[in-house]
Design a protein around this ligand. Structure first.
Ligand code: FAD
Length: 318
């Protein structure tokens, strides 16, 4: 199965994104959490590729376990940073041998401490080249996802927003990635739903017809929110700033506002006819689950109560 098959079904689907934890204990906790969260039947779960390839071994280990022990359709992020083609192929062959069929093909950010992306010798300079490579070498085996930026990629944003010209160039480039073999788009996080809806419209106008899945990051704490939106140069609507300002030191209140906001954003997006939401969980469970429950997409009373994680008995052999 590939994710694109689930997208053809006539139902609203959702998915969960995780990142590789820093410690063994963190990894164990993550598998426990995933085990609980997949009971709600996400269409897929995905795991990030640490900046500069810093987590490559762990990302491979986690995605293979997600696919074969957690038994959820899994997608691995893969970036070109510090990756000659031989290393990219090692990673692709490794997950292929384990039955993983979905790749989010990315250029990647520069490694920590550097501010510009540098192409390595025998490597690629952009996600487009990685998409082309995967299609050429692996045919239709992998479902390929590409990243989209409702407010344009931060590299081309100067000041408050990208110029119209830079935004349009970014869109044209996204179309190239899709035309080269991208099956669907997941977007960068955003908090201005109108900008996302405008982006989808603009994509349709230039002939991008594949599913465009909104990336939703529930606000879990104020400092983290400022850090992420600063890094991604995300526009923050004035009403969100006004709502957060008086509660910014109260984590519980911020989290609960985050659930409310995430729910309202998703409601508006689903009402526009889009039938998928992708949740950046930041390895946390409660906010993502609460949003899906508010949307009526899951019913927490219908799944078994949380039990400690144990290796499932239905391990899929490859
Ligand atoms: P590209 O698609 O290559 O594009 C980057 C920008 O450069 C484009 O927007 C475009 O303006 C310009 N550009 C590049 N090539 C061309 C060209 N040929 N013609 C015209 N313009 C061009 N980073 C990680 O390190 N690990 C992850 O796991 C990870 N997961 C992510 C998941 C999602 C959903 C998103 C949205 C981002 C993720 N990132 C991750 C961040 C991502 O790696 C960075 O945003 C990176 O700077 C760009 O990656 P990209 O694949 O969008 O790059």
């Amino acid at each position: 199965d590939k994710i694109k098959d689930a997208q053809r079904e006539n139902r609203t689907i959702f998915s969960f994104e995780y990142f590789p934890p820093k410690t063994d204990e963190g990894v164990e906790n993550l598998f426990e959490r995933m085990d609980r969260m997949v009971m709600h039947q996400p269409a897929f779960c995905d795991i990030t590729w640490g900046a500069g390839g810093s987590t490559s071994d762990l990302t491979l280990e986690i995605v293979n376990k997600m696919q074969n022990m957690i038994c959820v359709e899994s997608m691995m992020h893969l970036t070109c940073t510090n990756m000659p083609v031989s290393k990219l192929d090692f990673a692709l062959e490794n997950v292929k041998a384990n039955g993983v069929q979905n790749i989010l093909a990315l250029r990647g950010d520069p490694p920590h401490g550097q501010d510009k992306f540098v192409q390595v010798e025998d490597g690629f300079s952009c996600a487009l080249d990685l998409v082309k490579h995967i299609r050429k070498k692996y045919g239709g085996y992998f479902g390929i996802t590409v990243a989209g930026y409702p407010e344009a990629h931060p590299d081309v944003i100067s000041g408050d927003a990208a110029t119209q010209e830079a935004y349009e160039k970014d869109l044209a480039y996204l179309k190239e990635k899709v035309d080269a073999g991208g099956d669907f788009v997941i977007t960068q996080l955003f908090y201005d739903t109108d900008l996302f809806l405008r982006f989808v419209n603009d994509c349709r106008e230039i002939g991008i017809t594949c599913p465009i899945v909104p990336g939703i990051m529930p606000i879990n704490n104020y400092k983290g929110f400022l850090r992420m939106t600063g890094f991604c140069k995300t526009n923050i609507p004035a009403d969100i700033t006004a709502a957060l300002e008086p509660i910014k030191d109260n984590d519980e209140a911020v989290r609960s506002f985050g659930v409310h906001l995430g729910t309202e954003m998703c409601k508006k997006i689903l009402a526009s006819g889009i039938n998928a939401v992708h949740l950046y969980t930041l390895n946390m469970e409660k906010s993502a689950i609460a949003i899906l429950q508010n949307l009526g997409l899951i019913d927490i009373s219908q799944v078994r109560r949380s039990l400690p994680w144990r290796p499932p008995t239905n391990v899929r052999r490859t």
